[in-house]
Design a protein around this ligand. Structure first.
Ligand SMILES: [Mn+2]
Length: 226
């Protein structure tokens, strides 16, 4: 199988969907996987998702971005932000999988290896000659290395977003597409297809434009974006 560049959108604790997606995509050692962040929170088992990603990191060529939920959890643990519950995100769900899912963030229940993964294995962005990968968004005139990390994590996709001045295509998550469909603006492609709202988890091949989607129960559908 030829080398594939595979981007995976927001997972949000949906470990069944993640396992089903990987079974369908069947990555091998020649593929490059790029996970766009938001591994934790909202879905049923954030702990199982991080366990799986740590395993993937040791098996495949993998890049992991942090999402806004991931950086929030990490910075709360680091004491960089004063936060003990998820209420600031206006969410009414806790961190299921690490404990019973109360609104209090269960720092004590998160294994050291998971903190290490979020802190050291994950990054703010990734770029290639053709693509810029971010969780949220990037200003059209700013190089990723000079961008405000908060902008990269938190900016929502909207119709006013302009092509990046580098000419590269931006691949992002974060802005959940409640239709369950990938948002393809040509210069920007958002693959958060709203698994956090019981829709789909997406993997998109940037070589063939094949995509795979799984739902919270692990059901699969496939298509061709372009
Ligand atoms: Mn998200």
């Amino acid at each position: 199988m030829a080398h594939r560049l595979l981007a995976i959108g927001d997972i949000h604790g949906h470990s069944v969907a993640l396992d089903s997606l990987l079974s369908a995509v069947r990555p091998d050692e020649t593929d490059q996987l790029v996970f766009l962040g938001d591994y934790v929170h909202r879905g049923p088992d954030s702990k199982a998702v991080i366990d799986r990603l740590i395993q993937i990191n040791s098996t495949y060529n993998s890049i992991f971005l942090r999402g806004n939920h991931d950086i929030t959890l990490l910075e709360a643990w680091q004491g960089k932000i004063d936060l003990t519950t998820w209420e600031y995100l206006a969410d009414e769900v806790g961190l299921t999988g690490y404990d019973s899912g109360e609104m209090e963030i269960p720092f004590h229940a998160v294994p050291e290896a998971h903190w290490h993964f979020l802190e050291s294995a994950c990054r703010d962005y990734w770029e290639t000659d053709d693509y810029i990968f971010v969780h949220g968004g990037i200003p059209a005139s700013v190089n990723p290395a000079e961008a405000d990390p908060d902008y990269l994590y938190w900016t929502k996709l909207n119709s006013a977003v302009r092509p990046h001045e580098s000419g590269r295509t931006v691949i992002c998550g974060h802005s959940s597409q409640e239709s369950g469909e990938i948002a393809d603006l040509g210069h920007t492609i958002c693959i958060d297809t709203a698994i956090s709202k019981e829709k789909w988890l997406t993997c998109l091949s940037l070589d063939t434009w094949d995509y795979w989607q799984t739902d919270p129960d692990g059901n699969l559908r496939t298509g061709l974006l372009r």
